[in-house]
Ligand binder design. Structure first.
Ligand code: GLV
Length: 325
């Protein structure tokens, strides 16, 4: 039997490469920058499978360029980069990496809650720039986290893990989602709120909704105006859920009080992005799942999905299993 051929759009840990190499012939983009579109389209022309990343747009152009394609294995839990209905229509399987990054991403949400709430990055800048010379009792004061109200918008796997951690800080937890989560309420004491009420009542608003037509632009000037002037806004989901210019204006006016951002409308952002001019913004480069352990697990799961789909084994995490028949 001939070995399947795959294309891998980025460098991967050895553990994942061993899984792929054991069953497939492969070509790989090994440079430390996203593969340019023209090279990608050229290199997938004869492949059976692709191991892709969030920055790779898998659309009609991509599918047209790879007529023999049978599987796209996304090395991420989100898959807004993939036109899944179109893949389904063409009989191409899509896979993702759910579960393995839940706790790590929840950790990062908390890092942003704490860094933005307690001005950690601004504090370091203050020292580095030789500006630690205040005798004001209120110098570098932030917002209390313990005992505060956490408002979680989108309590899926990761959101629920963020909520569980709030117990250690004795927080009052509110959540908003399309439907009530009775189990989460029973387990954590989280209370459901309509979005506007959650925004009015929360000290920390954490966003973890997936990107969809329903959530695109969910947070704009109106929503920020509803928040407390002491509120901290944290986005670890997808950038386009937030109107960035509205957030910039709102932060300049001091409502919300600060923001912690892992994701942006267009990634990567450059150093001249307006939000980076604000001292009350903590920004990190989409590193929610970026621990050594978790990125390795994601890569091995993505590799296993890819190989399983091409060798007739059970696929651990298919997005459109109907394609498997
Ligand atoms: C990260 O954002 C992911 O979807 O895995």
């Amino acid at each position: 039997m001939t070995r399947p051929t795959v294309y891998i759009t980025s460098p991967l840990p050895d553990a994942a490469m061993r899984i792929i190499a054991s069953a497939c012939d492969y070509r790989q983009w090994t440079e430390d920058r996203p593969v340019p579109r023209d090279i990608l389209l050229r290199d997938i022309a004869t492949v059976d499978g692709v191991l892709a990343r969030l920055m790779d747009r898998v659309d009609a152009e991509f599918l047209d360029a790879a007529p023999g394609l049978r599987v796209v294995s996304n090395c991420a839990v989100g898959y807004d980069n993939i036109n899944v209905p179109l893949l389904t229509e063409r009989g191409v399987l899509a896979c993702n990496t759910p579960g393995v990054l839940t706790e790590t991403t929840a950790d990062l949400a908390w890092a942003l809650i704490m860094a933005a709430g307690r001005r950690i990055v601004e504090g370091q800048e203050t020292i580095r720039q030789g500006r630690w010379n205040s005798s004001n009792l209120m110098f570098m004061t932030g917002q209390d986290i313990h005992g505060a109200t956490l408002g979680l918008v989108g309590p899926g796997r990761i959101g629920s893990a963020v909520i569980r951690r709030a117990k250690g800080f004795d927080m009052n937890v509110l959540y908003h989602s399309r439907s009530r989560h009775a189990e989460l309420e029973a387990e954590t004491g989280a209370q459901y709120r309509a979005l506007d009420d959650l925004l009015r009542e929360s000290d920390f608003v954490v966003v973890l909704v997936p990107l969809s037509d329903a959530t695109r632009g969910l947070f704009g000037a109106r929503e920020f105006a509803l928040m407390k002037d002491s509120a901290v806004f944290v986005n670890v989901s997808r950038g386009p859920v937030v109107n960035e210019m509205a957030l910039y204006e709102a932060l300049k006016q001091g409502r919300p009080w600060a923001a912690g951002l892992d994701v942006f409308e267009k990634e990567p952002i450059g150093p001249d992005h307006p939000l980076l001019t604000l001292p009350n913004v903590v920004a990190v480069p989409h590193i929610g799942s970026a621990s050594v352990q978790t990125r390795t697990k994601m890569a091995t799961l993505a590799a296993t999905n890819l190989v399983a789909a091409l060798t007739g084994q059970p696929v651990p995490a298919p997005i459109n299993p109907a394609v498997l028949g």
